[in-house]
Ligand binder design. Structure first.
Ligand code: SAM
Length: 275
């Protein structure tokens, strides 16, 4: 197939590729195909900048001459992918939205287990125990990217990091931060061989989150939205800490508390664009 043949026009809502892309809103279909959806030119550029080209790129035919679309199309064709030029109706069907983005793409999900975590690659990592909310997960991935974390570790039964909601909330950081997935047993084994501090967060902890004497690399462990971290995970932590609260709230939102922890423990030392 030549580069020109890899760019196709699609106007029919019943085209099999349209059906395949729409089905990627479902977890089962994502797992079976190994593909996931990302929306918006900015997010897809983020993927390219992080070395990942789309397998299928879909864009509104009226935008075909935009420089950013030309760049995405060239990258997709070069990587052997398929480009589809289409209309509002098809984009709305794929996106399941009335006012869809004018560019969407399907990418291959990179599966990584806890064996692939390299503790020497960064100062800080964050693990989420049984995270349920894809918005929280995407926001954590985005914050992990902002502080230069080495990865986000998903422990046990979690929401899908490749869901449209999670990818959307990560604002492109899903392509910059490695996501590792594994069972609680595998996580406990990783904690046992972790070379630095494993810092669990718990509402019952008596140590202030900035007063723990921590050794890098720091592995921060955040709990499930309802149940917190399991007893087994708490037992595997070298430190248990809490962020102070003096008002009526009995806890902080998971993504917010993860941001406080990440910045408290590993605020980036330099941002050249700041005075
Ligand atoms: N009901 C849960 C419990 O009793 O552990 C807490 C749920 S809380 C919404 C979800 C997670 O956010 C917690 O497991 C913890 O990781 C983090 N978190 C929330 N507030 C926190 C605080 N003040 N200090 C440290 N972590 C906090």
């Amino acid at each position: 197939m030549t580069g020109r043949e890899r760019v196709r026009e699609i106007a029919s809502l019943t085209n099999p590729l349209v059906k395949q892309l729409r089905a990627l809103h479902g977890r089962k279909e994502r797992r079976e195909s190994g593909l996931f959806l990302a929306e918006g030119a900015r997010t897809i550029v983020e993927a390219l900048d992080n070395g990942q080209a789309p397998e299928i790129l879909v864009y509104h035919r009226e935008g075909r001459d935009r420089p950013v679309v030309a760049r995405l199309r060239a990258a997709c064709v070069k990587a052997g992918g398929t480009c589809l030029e289409t209309n509002d109706e098809v984009l709305a069907k794929i996106s399941r939205k009335d006012n869809p983005q004018s560019v969407v793409a399907a990418f291959r999900w990179r599966e990584r287990g806890f064996d692939a975590v390299d503790p020497a690659s960064a100062r800080v990592f964050v693990a989420l125990d049984r995270v349920r909310d894809p918005g929280n997960l995407g926001a954590v991935i985005r914050t992990a990217d902002a502080v230069g974390a080495g990865g986000v570790l998903l422990v046990g039964e979690t929401c899908d990091p490749a869901s449209v909601e999670s990818v959307r909330a990560s604002m492109g950081s899903i392509f910059a931060v490695p996501v590792f997935e594994g069972s609680e047993t595998d996580f406990l084994a990783l904690c046992a061989r972790w070379p630095g501090s494993v810092v669990g967060t718990a509402l019952t902890a008596t140590t202030h989150y900035r007063r723990a004497a921590l050794r890098e690399p720091v592995l921060i462990v955040m709990g499930n939205e309802q149940a917190g971290i399991t007893e087994a995970i708490a037992g595997a932590c070298t430190d248990l800490v809490r962020i102070p609260m003096i008002g009526r709230a009995d806890s902080l939102n998971l993504a917010i508390s993860t941001a406080v922890m990440l910045y408290g423990v590993a605020e980036p030392e330099s941002d050249a664009s700041l005075a």
